[in-house]
Design a protein around this ligand. Structure first.
Ligand code: JCF
Length: 688
């Protein structure tokens, strides 16, 4: 390319890359393949390297980071950055609204509502449409200059789009790390033996505080605008000095409308932002956001509600550093401090010995928590945790409580090390840690009472052979009272023998025996799954059944033959071979084969398969049949069942709460079937 044309080309590249960035990171609608984007970016970086004069501060190449800094400089905010007051209950919220009504003497005012992101507030300054400065909130008056780092945030435009912007535009918003990026970052840190971040907020803060912006650029931060700082025009006087005056034309009288204007200039705005008609709608908004919390891709800790009318905002003014016209209405805390009182060791179905933390009971995430898993020895070492330590415990949504970290400076004198047992705490057999594995296992197999109980619980569970009337507690009781020792023993129980147990009425005994009678007839996939072979879940069990068709064929398959089954690799193949090598397993399995039965799997010749080579994707919740059942039935008719929607997908079966796959299928014009459509299709071909 001729040198005279280079500036033109650079301009063109800026335009294209900015446009693709916006489509990808702000609109979530990529229009070109990643390879094309990478090619353009590479071309731009190459040109800038050879022609440094063409490299500008608003070049999209800045998105990959630049030279490392020695320290951050300070920035004085032209307009102070405010903080927010908090309320935690409907009563406190109502009191806040009442204070507003008392001051402005009106009770019909609109509110702009949004989720409260758990990130860091930053202020972005655009001059003549170019991002020239980014700063943290700091103490509200003076923050740190983090321009280099903020330039690397993919969804923050380096230049504004459109023409309708003031000379100076300060946009305030929250920088945060999406949940998925946070999890990936921590996974990688664990792999490398590095320290992990306790939560996405800390990860975002740590990433923004990097002196080396190349590191920040790899951290996948995001940004949503929530307000404005200074907005004005530049005026040059006769001496060439530039001053700024507020741009009253651009500054409309609605907070929500201002955010929409900012969005129109290419900045991301949280899609959950809503303009509410009045304060009566706030509680519903709060409840709506609380119930969407788990499904949002970013961490939030409440809602923010702001009086929308700017004149009313000005009437209300501030107290200290927080406005009287805005409030954070926060969710109950998901993290609390408590004390690790003891650690006990539980033995699971596969013999894995899991340390379980016994905690001083603490109210967190809406429930009282007194236990948490510590996973394994590696996790204990990573946390550096001792008994009697003060720990941060976290419970998000319906997720299992986790110990996040130890509060090191609260360690008492009586803190003691957590010692792993040398033998199984249940059966006293030797314990073993397999090479490359983090877990300690009891070698007792089905001789170990704990493993026996877990194996029987698994055997009888809903997704396995599904015995009505047989819950976990009852299995434990049956084993403890020596009425059963193996899954096969279940079928030898009688109403009489069962009713001898404590707290077992005639009715429950009869229910159990009926449930067992029904469970004798199952399907081959369920039977394979019920055996509890390590790493053979429902899908693998179903694949094994489809591939080998009979149980005998699976039992006698070689490691190589097993590996021909989809999803079965070296490890799973070895687990299956090992399972059938153990004498006690063979004994139980033979026993079960004489007691139980399952219908033969029908095989159709290729030319008889009505759905041969048709690709299906299943998504959402199927209410009438299990997903694996649907999958097996489709496969038996020759169909392929894939996990993701593409142009090659023939049908998408959308159950309840179908999400992004449904949207994608509709976009690609893939035919969408309901669960009822699927059932009638399967019935038509006799696959049900
Ligand atoms: O999402 C947030 N964390 C958030 C923080 C949202 C807002 O609308 C805010 C804020 C901090 C201060 N507004 C102000 C005035």
């Amino acid at each position: 390319m001729q040198n005279t044309l280079l500036p033109e080309r650079v301009k063109e590249l800026h335009q294209l890359i900015n446009q693709y960035n916006h489509q990808y990171y702000v609109l979530d609608e990529p229009t070109v393949p990643d390879a094309e984007y990478d090619r353009l970016m590479k071309e731009l970086i190459q040109i800038e390297k050879e022609n440094p004069a063409l490299k500008t501060i608003d070049s999209p190449s800045q998105k990959v980071g630049g030279e490392a800094l020695k320290a951050f400089t300070q920035v004085t905010h032209q307009i102070p950055m405010l903080s927010l007051d908090n309320v935690f209950s409907k009563e406190e919220w109502d009191a806040f609204v009442k204070r507003i009504v008392d001051r402005i003497h009106q009770n019909d005012f609109k509110l702009c509502a949004e989720p409260k992101l758990d990130g860091l507030a930053v202020s972005l300054r655009y001059e003549k449409g170019v991002l020239v400065q980014a700063a943290t909130r700091g103490d509200g008056s003076v923050g740190e200059n983090i321009t280099e780092n903020v330039r690397t945030i993919k969804c923050i435009p380096l230049t504004l789009t459109g023409e309708e912007y003031p000379d100076v535009l300060e946009v305030r918003g929250e920088v945060f790390m999406p949940k998925a990026s946070f999890e990936k970052l921590n996974e990688n840190a664990i792999k490398k033996g590095e320290k992990t971040f306790a939560n996405p907020r800390n990860a975002a803060a740590g990433s923004l505080r990097q002196l080396d912006s190349k590191i920040t650029s790899k951290r996948n931060l995001a940004f949503y605008a929530y307000g404005l700082g200074f907005v004005g025009n530049m005026i040059e006087n006769a001496n060439g000095e530039v001053t700024t005056v507020e741009n009253t034309e651009w500054l409309v009288n609605s907070h929500h409308q201002r955010l929409c204007q900012v969005k129109a200039l290419g900045l991301p705005m949280c899609p959950e932002v809503q303009l509410l008609d009045g304060s009566d709608d706030c509680e519903a908004f709060y409840q709506h956001i609380l119930s969407s919390r788990e499904s949002l891709s970013y961490e939030i800790d409440g809602t923010v509600l702001k009086v929308d009318d700017i004149e009313l905002q000005q009437k209300l003014g501030f107290v200290a550093k927080a406005p009287r016209w805005a409030m954070a209405y926060k969710f109950p805390a998901q993290e609390e401090l408590t004390i690790l009182e003891d650690v006990e060791f539980q033995v699971g179905r596969t013999g894995a010995i899991t340390p379980v933390a016994r905690l001083k009971p603490v109210f967190v995430g809406g429930v009282t928590v007194s236990n948490a898993t510590l996973h394994n020895q590696d996790e204990i070492e990573r946390l550096g945790i001792k008994i009697n330590d003060t720990v941060i415990i976290r419970r998000a949504g319906d997720v299992i409580p986790q110990i996040v970290s130890v509060v090191a400076d609260k360690r008492p004198d009586n803190a003691t090390d957590i010692v792993f047992p040398n033998s199984c705490p249940v059966c006293d057999s030797a314990v073993l840690k397999a090479e490359g594995e983090a877990v300690l296992r009891c070698t007792g197999g089905l001789f170990c009472g704990a493993q026996r109980k877990e194996a029987i619980k698994h055997f009888a569970s809903r997704k396995a052979i599904d015995v009505d009337g047989l819950g976990d507690k009852l299995v434990e009781q049956l084993v403890d009272e020596k009425l059963i020792a193996t899954p096969a023993d279940l079928f030898r129980l009688t109403e009489l023998s069962v009713s001898t147990m404590e707290r077992m009425g005639q009715k429950s005994a009869s229910n159990l025996i009926n449930g067992l009678e029904k469970a004798r007839v199952t399907t081959l996939p369920k039977f394979i799954y019920s055996l509890g072979i390590r790493e053979v879940g429902e899908t693998t069990a179903s694949n094994l059944a489809q591939h080998f068709l009979t149980f005998d064929a699976i039992k006698s398959a070689s490691e190589e033959e097993l590996q021909n089954v989809p999803d079965v690799g070296v490890i799973v193949a070895k687990n299956i071979i090992n399972f059938f090598k153990q004498a006690h397993n063979v004994e139980v399995v033979n026993d079960l084969e004489t007691i139980m039965s399952w219908p033969e799997i029908k095989v159709l010749a290729a030319d008889e398969q009505p759905l041969l080579d048709q690709t299906f994707v299943l998504t959402g919740t199927l209410s009438q049949m299990g997903r694996n059942e649907a999958k097996s039935a489709l496969q038996s008719l020759g169909a392929k069942v894939s996990g993701s929607v593409s142009a090659k997908t023939h049908y998408l079966v959308a159950g309840e709460k179908a999400g992004s796959k449904l949207t994608k299928a509709q976009g690609l014009g893939v035919e969408v079937l309901t669960e009822d459509d699927l059932i009638s299709l399967l019935n038509t071909h006799g696959a049900l």
